[in-house]
Design a protein around this ligand. Structure first.
Ligand code: NAI
Ligand code: MG
Length: 326
C-alpha cells in the first residue's frame, strides 16, 4: 500500500538536507507518495503565518512527515506539528560513529521521551508580581502508553530491559505515578526495568555511557538528558529523531536551520537521512531502514565528509556516496 509522506523543508539548511534525504527514500524499495508543504520563517514573512492550516492538515492526514528545520519560528511550528501527529513519544538515538570525533566513542543510547505532558504541558500561571507557578501533569494513561512503546521497542531489538529515569524520591506523586506505571507495564510483559535517579544519571552517563542502551524519561528530563548524550557523540549534524503517534509520525533532525552555513551546499545531510531511516522502519520497511543506516555509517567512516566533520565535501558529495552504497 502506498504511504503518504508530507515533506517540509522549512528554512536554511532544511532546504538542502531534505532533498538529499528524499533522494535516498526514492532509491530504496518502498512505495511512497510525497507531498510538499511549507512552514517556517519564510512563510511567516510571506503570509503572516509560520504554520499554514493546510500544512497542519496535511501532516495530520499523512502516514508520516519528514521535516527539515525552521528558524526563529521553531516553537510555533514544531509543537503544533507534534500535536498534529498525536505524538506520545520522542525517540532520540545518540550514537557515536567510527570516523567521527566523539567525547565518548562507546555511546550508543536511545532516549524514549514522554512527549505530551510533564512540565511542558503548558500550565504556567502568574499569580502575583512576585509569584509564578507551573503545574506538572502526569497521567497513568500516557505513562502506560509510553511504557508499552518501550516494551515493543526493546523486544523488536532482542533486548530484555530498559532504564527509567525519574525523581520519584522528591516528586513522589507525579514521578511516583510515572515510574509505577512504567514498571507495572514492563513487569506484565516479563521485561526488566532499572530505575535511575535523573541527577545520578547525569553523572553516570558521561562517565560510563556503555551501560545504558534504552532510557525511558519524563518530558523535561528526556529533553535535557538526550542533549547531554548528543554532546558525548559529537556533531549535531548526525542526530536524528522521531515523534511517534499511534498511526502517524514526524521525523526530523535534532539540528536547526544553521543560518551560518545555509546556502553554501555544505550542510551535513546525515541527521536527516538517518531520520528518513527511522521513518522507513516506522512504516514497516525495516530492511530498507537498516540499509540506509549502514550506508550512512560507511560513509561517515570512510568519507567523503562535510566541513563540520573536518572534511571538504558538499552535501551533494555525501548524498551521492550514500546512494552509491545503497
Ligand atoms: P543549529 O542546529 O541550527 O546550528 C548550531 C551549529 O551547528 C551551527 O554552527 C550550525 O552550522 C551547525 N550545524 C547544525 N546542523 C548542521 C548540519 N546538518 N551540518 C553542519 N553543521 C550543522 O542551532 P542554532 O544555531 O541554535 O539555531 C539556528 C536556528 O535554528 C534558530 O533560528 C533556531 O530557532 C532554529 N532551530 C530550529 C530547530 C528545528 O527546526 N527543529 C531546532 C533547533 C534550532
Ligand atoms: Mg531540546
Amino acid at each position: 500500500m502506498t504511504d503518504d509522506i508530507v515533506v517540509i523543508e522549512g528554512d536554511g539548511i532544511g532546504q538542502e538536507v531534505v532533498p538529499a534525504a528524499i533522494e535516498v527514500l526514492e532509491a530504496v524499495d518502498a512505495d511512497f507518495r510525497f507531498t510538499s508543504a511549507r512552514a517556517g520563517d519564510a512563510v511567516l514573512d510571506e503570509t503572516g503565518e509560520a504554520l499554514p492550516q493546510e500544512t497542519y492538515d496535511a501532516v495530520a492526514a499523512a502516514d508520516a512527515t519528514l521535516f527539515g528545520a525552521v528558524g526563529e519560528t521553531a516553537a510555533d511550528v514544531i509543537l503544533p506539528l507534534r500535536e498534529a501527529v498525536d505524538s506520545f513519544v520522542n525517540v532520540r538515538p545518540a550514537k557515536a560513529y567510527p570516523g567521527v570525533d566523539a567525547l565518548r566513542p562507546e555511546t550508543d543510547v536511545v532516549f524514549l521521551r514522554e512527549n505530551t505532558e510533564g512540565v511542558y504541558a503548558g500550565h504556567e500561571n502568574r499569580l502575583s508580581d512576585d509569584l509564578s507557578t507551573l503545574t506538572r501533569v502526569v497521567t497513568t494513561s500516557a505513562s502506560e502508553r509510553l511504557a508499552r512503546f518501550a516494551c515493543d521497542y526493546i523486544e523488536e531489538r532482542g533486548m530484555d530491559g530498559f532504564h527509567v529515569a525519574h525523581k520519584a524520591n522528591v516528586m513522589r506523586e507525579t514521578d511516583g505515578r510515572f515510574l509505577g506505571a512504567v514498571e507495572r507495564v514492563a513487569d506484565e510483559r516479563g521485561l526488566e526495568t532499572e530505575p535511575v535517579l535523573i541527577d545520578a544519571f547525569a553523572t553516570h552517563l558521561p562517565l560510563d555511557p556503555g551501560q545504558f542502551e534504552v532510557v525511558v524519561c519524563p518530558n523535561l528530563a528526556g529533553d535535557i538528558l538526550s542533549d547531554l548524550a548528543a554532546g558525548l557523540v559529537g556533531g549535531l549534524g548526525l542526530l536524528p529523531s522521531a515523534n511517534i503517534g499511534s498511526d502517524n509520525g514526524l521525523f526530523e533532525a535534532v539540528h536547526g536551520s544553521a543560518p551560518d552555513i545555509a546556502g553554501q551546499g555544505v550542510a551535513n545531510p546525515s541527521a536527516t537521512i538517518l531520520s528518513a531511516a527511522m521513518l522507513l522502519e516506522h512504516l514497516g520497511y525495516e530492511a530498507a531502514g537498516a540499509d540506509v543506516r549502514t550506508a550512512v555509517e560507511e560513509v561517515l567512516a570512510e568519507g567523503p565528509r562535510t566541513p563540520d566533520l573536518g572534511g571538504d565535501a558538499t552535501t551533494e558529495d555525501v548524498t551521492a556516496a550514500v546512494l552509491e552504497r545503497l
